[in-house]
Ligand binder design. Structure first.
Ligand SMILES: [Zn+2]
Length: 248
């Protein structure tokens, strides 16, 4: 039996509680931000098992209505795989508030999941699901969370030698302001200037550190631990997430 705690971490200050419910490359990443003043919640990515992990992290099921906003970094399965289940759980327990989801422009996977779900349940869905394609550099604010999006560089395939630019995923990193606190999340990215802008001076930076070592050649898809730590030094505090799970 493996200990899954290595894929989870928490952080908090007076204003916000950050709970990395789970983050492992190729499995799932789900991060929950909770405003301590309002109780409102925001999700950064919704990986496989998100509903189960939300239930395990809460005293009750208030998250059904208290999730105010979801930001999806990109459409890879390990970042969106739990959306369908979360919608189903919210529908089953009667969420009524509209659910806003912000994505990079043309993030097809999320658009397909949302459109398909709305169509399947169009007469019995008690809440609206809206997606917003946010152009890089722009903001999306709710009454509780202020989000700035940055276009990071993340390729679709890792082991190809002739990747074309069209294989660059629509991928965003985010800076989320809760009160006066800035939480940064790189999403999946290789080292790039946008990733630096995402994490710079953040109170907490959540940084993908998929690779244990930095490859000497080839197209870079992810950060290595060394690169992620360099980025982390730009923030006040940081946590490395999205590591490759042990499979042996
Ligand atoms: Zn990815």
């Amino acid at each position: 039996m493996k200990n899954l705690d290595v894929y989870k971490t928490t952080w908090e200050n007076d204003e916000v509680h950050v709970n990395v419910l789970f983050s492992a490359a190729g499995v799932g990443t789900t991060i929950l931000l909770t405003s301590k003043f309002t109780g409102k919640m925001m999700l950064l990515d919704v990986g496989d098992g998100a509903t189960r992990d939300l239930l395990a992290s809460q005293e009750n099921s208030e998250f059904i209505n208290e999730i105010d906003l979801i930001a999806i970094s990109h459409g890879h399965f390990d970042h969106v795989g739990g959306l369908y289940s979360l919608f189903g759980f919210m529908r089953m327990l009667g969420r009524t508030k509209p659910l806003n989801i912000i994505i990079a422009p043309n993030c097809k996977e999320v658009i397909e999941i949302i459109r398909g779900y709305r169509e399947l349940h169009r007469t019995t869905l008690p809440f609206k699901i809206w997606y917003h394609e946010i152009s890089p550099g722009s903001d999306f604010d709710t009454d509780f969370f202020k989000v700035k999006s940055y276009e990071v560089e993340h390729y679709s395939l890792e082991h190809s030698s002739d990747l074309e630019d069209e294989l660059l995923e629509p991928a965003h990193g985010f800076r989320v302001q809760v009160g006066g606190t800035i939480i940064a999340y790189t999403g999946d990215t290789r080292m790039c200037s946008s990733a630096e802008m995402v994490v710079k001076d953040a109170d907490l930076a959540l940084i993908e550190a998929t690779r244990k070592t930095t490859p000497e050649s080839g197209r870079r898809v992810h950060l290595s631990t060394e690169e992620a730590e360099k980025l982390g030094a730009l923030a006040r505090e940081y946590r490395l997430i999205h590591t490759i799970p042990e499979t042996k």
